[in-house]
Design a protein around this ligand. Structure first.
Ligand SMILES: C[S@@+](CC[C@H](N)C(=O)[O-])C[C@H]1O[C@@H](n2cnc3c(N)ncnc32)[C@H](O)[C@@H]1O
Length: 211
């Protein structure tokens, strides 16, 4: 079992590029389980953004479901692997290398946003990121988000070992107060998503719709 090392906030791109330079897929090549469970909120043809998409497991799977997918990540090595995965699976994803603060977030554009394990963000960055996510959704568009709760600090089976980066129901309710909460659940589960997210885990999942 491997726990994400304390991220280098001085050089996040370098840190993640080094991690993604290893062979294989750090979080696997299949989609996150919460995303798989809830992606039916989007119909084929819907336009969806995968935030901090890593090595592409989520964006490529969404594209294989007939969605029109944009994806970005700060780590160019991850994005290169994501492009390769899309080619292998014969799907098209509009990939970009970008920091979440500099991504050209379009306004009221997406039918969906997938934000899966984006807990690199400290509270200040998280606030900016969540505002961008909400504003990029069309009215009626749906956010599907997955993260770890503070209980995960006891399990150390993935995620940053930093309480300030983890989510509670109260935190997500407050952050997404302008959205209609469709599902918000804290739960524990066995996770098997690559080598970095593996083992008994304290998770939180959100599905929320822009009014
Ligand atoms: C735990 S991984 C999750 C990747 C992907 N969402 C998944 O579920 O497979 C976190 C991702 O955030 C990216 N990242 C870190 N800091 C970032 C930033 N400031 N802007 C955009 N992406 C960032 C990393 O490169 C990494 O791919």
């Amino acid at each position: 079992m491997s726990t994400t090392p304390v991220p280098s906030f001085d050089d996040p791109a370098g840190t993640w590029n080094r991690r993604f330079a290893e062979s294989g897929y750090l979080f696997g090549s299949e989609p996150n389980a919460w995303l798989r469970e809830h992606a039916s909120v989007w119909s084929p043809g819907a336009r969806v953004l995968s935030v901090a998409d890593g090595e592409g497991r989520n964006s490529v799977w969404l594209a294989s479901r007939g969605l029109v997918v944009d994806a970005f990540d700060i780590a160019e090595v991850g994005v290169a692997k994501a492009r390769q995965l899309a080619t292998e699976r014969c799907v098209t994803v509009n990939f970009a290398v970008a920091d979440c603060d500099s991504y050209g977030w379009p306004e009221a554009t997406y039918d969906g946003v997938a934000a899966i394990f984006v807990q690199f963000a400290d509270p200040a960055m998280r606030e900016r990121l969540f505002v961008h996510i909400v504003q990029s959704l069309k009215p009626g568009g749906t956010l599907v988000l997955q993260g770890y709760t503070p209980k995960q600090l006891e399990y150390r089976t993935g995620g940053p070992p930093l309480a300030s980066h983890l989510y509670t129901e109260a935190l997500l309710r407050a952050a997404f107060a302008d959205l209609e909460i469709v599902v918000l659940r804290e739960y524990e589960a066995e996770v098997a998503e690559g080598s970095a997210h593996r083992g008994h885990s304290a998770l939180i999942g959100l599905v929320a719709r822009r009014r």
